[in-house]
Design a protein around this ligand. Sequence first.
Ligand SMILES: Nc1ncnc2c1ncn2[C@@H]1O[C@H](COP(=O)(O)OP(=O)(O)O)[C@@H](O)[C@H]1O
Ligand SMILES: [Mg+2]
Length: 245
Amino acid sequence: MATLKVREVTKRFGGLVALDRVNLSVEERELRGIIGPNGAGKTTLFNLITGELKPTGGKIFLDDEDITGLPPHLICQKGLSRTFQLTSIFPELTVYESIWVGINSKRHRWNPFTKVKNLTDVAERAEKICHLIGLQEKRDELAVNLSYGDQKILEIGMALSTEPSILLLDEPTQGVSPKEAEEIIGVIQRLAKDITVILIEHSVDVVLQVCHKVTVLHEGRVIAEGDPAEISKNEEVQRVYLGEA
Ligand SMILES: Nc1ncnc2c1ncn2[C@@H]1O[C@H](COP(=O)(O)OP(=O)(O)O)[C@@H](O)[C@H]1O
Ligand SMILES: [Mg+2]
């Protein structure tokens, strides 16, 4: 069963058509890559899926439920979580605290009376996420003191704290060293064994290497979709990227 469906979604900013009748279906536990030149509409697509922006037209479904236009916190509660293209951490919290806060705020929203009773539960979950993202040895370091690559990984951990079934990552390797990028991609591959991951990524090589299926956006339209082998052979995709270079 498809977990996320985007149907004929259009987004206009004044006279600019940022997305033009985009369709996208992502299956459960897929690791989907989204690539495309700057300004293609990738981040806008995430903003529409997570409710930060409302589409001008079209519909978005999560497990066949229409979530179009719902506010971000409700969409998050339904199991969708994201990271942002620009790093957003709490500098003065430790790794462990950053994740703990996220978990507890979600449980609090569900039922305020379980908050105190289930603190052990929250702590266990926070430990588990620290391990999952490979930051258990740095759990007591302040976020501000982490390397940039580890900050990007912590952001992924914070996005996991709301226990999403679908995780949207917006260029998680932007600005990090090749070695850090490798670590981040390793974490993403590990996560994708249990949840659905949609990855916007600048490096086409990375996406072709790790994703099950790739969607290519160009000037607000999906110009290609397929497995990595199909995408690397696709002439229009090659043209778009050669044109950019
Ligand atoms: N809030 C906004 N207001 C006006 N224009 C926007 C806004 N967000 C994005 N855009 C425009 O929409 C287009 C797609 O942007 P974006 O989705 O950020 O592209 P990408 O993430 O693929 O680089 C760009 O032309 C961008 O300038
Ligand atoms: Mg972007």
